[in-house]
Design a binder for this molecule. Structure first.
Ligand SMILES: *[C@@H]1O[C@H](CO)[C@@H](O)[C@H](O)[C@H]1NC(C)=O
Ligand SMILES: *[C@@H]1O[C@H](CO)[C@@H](O)[C@H](O)[C@H]1NC(C)=O
Ligand SMILES: *[C@@H]1O[C@H](CO)[C@@H](O)[C@H](O)[C@H]1NC(C)=O
Ligand SMILES: *[C@@H]1O[C@H](CO)[C@@H](O)[C@H](O)[C@H]1NC(C)=O
Length: 356
């Protein structure tokens, strides 16, 4: 080794250096080829990013380099993500799926993406998202779900999404958003909610109160514009005074959820606290209590009167019955006569027996 090096240094330095460089680059090239780059993508080994955008892809390419940190899949026609879709790229930090054809996501689609920080799902056709989906992305900081058809988001997450700072759901079909979901994102600073179908009734009151606190603490939002009821259409939710909310009718009237009120105790358990708080907030504005009380009192009085009359009639009947019995007994020589008869005979027998 040493001899060879000295030799090369003495005689023909440049060609050997070139050879080494050539060897090095071919090794790198080999490594690159072994780790692979999908046919329709451009792989940048230095930045560890892979660009597969605008290629008419309908599914995730299978041979992605495992060390990929950034994956551009935007502007394709990917219409579904199976469970563990990104199993081959566990280091991923940024995933761009914007402008695809996703309408559903398998709840395990992002399993294994422990390091993902940015997920862009904007301009797809998603209509709902599941609680479980979020759990596979503990490190996520930015989630862009804007410009989809989402009408339903989970009411809460089982554990807080600690690092999420940007949450974007503008341009969707949301009518309602549970404040407990936002409470599961303690670090959120940027919130995009505009252009949904916000239904500004008492169910949105919790969100309004949360938003007021959020803005007070320095959070930034594009705001909530009511789409219904007609009274509030086009109005800013934050500018409607609390006092003007209509009372909520009854809990089962809430947005259709998989765990309805009359369900089993187990099924209803997780959603019970927020339902109760929503109900409490709504009842705060409602004034049916005095009426209810009056109704209860009236019912009680009516029942008491009816019971009293029936009782009185029964008493009268009893007294009448007894009196009638007594009168008849007196008229026929009293009811004691027949009972005295056997006593007398017994006495007679008793008297008779010593004589006999
Ligand atoms: C979305 O992707 C398609 C290709 O699939 C492209 O033609 C279109 O311009 C993209 N739209 C936007 C808004 O980027
Ligand atoms: C994703 O793709 C869109 C459209 O090309 C682009 O605007 C956006 O910056 C990309 N990156 C991320 C992180 O979303
Ligand atoms: C996602 O992509 C859109 C364009 O399609 C872009 O406007 C937006 O900023 C991106 N979101 C994030 C969080 O990078
Ligand atoms: C949030 O980010 C910090 C700093 O990067 C990290 O240490 C922590 O583990 C993250 N939290 C979760 C739940 O992953």
């Amino acid at each position: 080794m040493k001899v060879g090096y000295e030799f090369s240094k003495e005689s023909c330095e440049d060609p050997v250096m070139k050879g080494e460089l050539l060897l090095l680059s071919s090794v790198m090239f080999l490594l690159y080829v072994v780790s692979g780059c999908p046919e329709r993508c451009h792989c940048h080994s230095f930045s560890k990013s892979v660009d597969c955008s605008q290629q008419g892809l309908v599914e995730i390419p299978s041979d992605l380099p495992p060390q990929t940190l950034t994956l551009h899949l935007q502007d394709n026609e990917i219409h579904q993500l199976p469970a563990f879709a990104f199993r081959s790229v566990p280091q991923l930090i940024t995933l761009n799926l914007s402008n695809n054809s996703l309408s559903t996501l398998d709840p395990g689609a992002f399993h294994g993406l422990q390091h993902l920080k940015v997920l862009n799902l904007t301009q797809n056709s998603l209509h709902s998202l599941e609680n479980r989906l979020f759990h596979s992305l503990p490190q996520l900081r930015e989630l862009d779900l804007s410009s989809n058809n989402i009408s339903h988001l989970p009411t809460s997450l089982d554990k807080p999404w600690e690092n999420l700072t940007v949450f974007a759901v503008q341009q969707n079909q949301l009518q309602q958003l549970d404040r407990t979901l936002l409470e599961s994102m303690p670090s959120v600073r940027l919130l995009f909610l505009k252009n949904n179908l916000w239904k500004c009734n008492c169910h949105l009151l919790g969100l309004k109160l949360w938003m007021e606190k959020f803005i007070y603490k320095g959070g930034v939002t594009d705001g909530i514009t009511c789409a219904s009821p007609d009274t509030w259409r086009g109005k800013d939710l934050l500018k409607i005074p609390h006092e003007l909310y209509q009372p909520c009718p009854s809990p089962p009237d809430q947005v259709p959820s998989p765990a309805p009120q009359p369900g089993s105790a187990r099924g209803a358990a997780p959603s019970l606290p927020e339902d109760r708080s929503a109900l409490a907030e709504c009842e705060l504005k409602a004034k049916p209590r005095p009426a209810n009380l009056r109704y209860a009192i009236a019912t009680f009085i009516v029942t008491a009167v009816v019971c009293g009359i029936v009782g009185l009639m029964m008493l009268v009947a009893t007294i009448y019955g007894c009196a009638y019995a007594a009168v008849t007994a007196q008229g026929h020589g009293g009811p004691l006569a027949p009972t005295n008869q056997p006593g007398k005979t017994a006495g007679k027998e008793l008297l008779d027996s010593p004589a006999a």
